[in-house]
Design a protein around this ligand. Structure first.
Ligand code: C5P
Length: 236
């Protein structure tokens, strides 16, 4: 039986060889690997191909596209040649922009980021939204679903309200989770455990440092940490 949990592992490193090692040592327990701007700006498409060659690793390409529809459409079309399972755009780019991405990458789950979880209610209002982050994220999730996206990203604390609002029309992915044993251990302040986030309605959780900080050159510890967190989710 597969012990893969609905974990998206954040490969937050600008070391290509390390990225390959993290993937190979955790792929038994992790479903998808997130490669973001830091990685992509350093290594581009070649880097993505390099970490996925000789493996069946599924990719979450976290480029958070946000531009006019024509530009985002062309960027999404180009990104789609890498066959990512997920490709992120900012929902605040609007319906036409999200529709352009969906049309340009029909085999990819275009994934709309609602409100960055690093933003406070004050930050959300300071960029011009009228509502607090929960209501803003909910409205953006509704707009994203209307635009035909396959998934949305939101805070674990917003998940149950957003799930109720959008039903099963899109997958929900949430970062900002911390296993019980590691609560409060770094700069994350508003967190939930991975299993609570799934119980609240998330389909996948994004986890980075709680797993990758266990890296040492044998790979034994990172594999163990991934297995422990996967079983915490699968057995809950
Ligand atoms: O904190 P952690 O290392 O688990 O973060 C994993 C990923 O989740 C990061 O790559 C980041 O993009 C995302 N994240 C987020 N909001 C936060 C913290 C992290 O979207 N508040």
């Amino acid at each position: 039986m597969s012990s893969k949990a609905p974990i998206i592992l954040a490969i937050d490193t600008s070391d290509l060889e390390l990225a390959k090692l993290w993937i190979s040592h955790t792929s038994e327990h992790v479903s998808v690997f997130k490669l973001g701007l830091e990685f992509f700006i350093n290594f581009g498409k070649e880097g993505i191909r390099a970490v996925t060659e000789n493996s069946d690793a599924k990719i979450f390409l976290d480029l958070k596209l946000h531009d006019i529809p024509n530009t985002v459409g062309h960027a999404a079309q180009s990104a789609a040649t890498l066959n990512p399972l997920f490709l992120t755009v900012h929902a605040s780019g609007g319906q036409a922009m999200m529709e352009a991405a969906v049309k340009a990458a029909p085999k990819t789950l275009v994934t709309a980021v609602t409100v960055l979880t690093s933003m406070s209610n004050i930050d959300v209002k300071s960029v011009g939204f009228r509502d607090d982050s929960l209501n803003t994220a909910t409205q953006l999730a509704q707009l994203a679903v209307k635009s035909g996206v396959g998934a949305i990203v939101c805070s674990p604390l917003e998940t149950s309200v957003i799930r109720e609002s959008i039903g099963k029309q899109a997958l929900i992915i949430t970062p900002g989770v911390r296993p019980l044993a590691m609560a409060g251990s770094d700069d994350q302040s508003r967190t939930m455990t991975p299993s609570d986030a799934i119980a609240a309605g998330a389909d996948y959780v994004v986890i980075g440092r709680p797993i990758t900080s266990a890296w040492e050159p044998t790979g034994i510890n990172i594999a163990k940490r991934a297995r422990e967190i996967a079983s915490e989710i699968l057995n809950s």
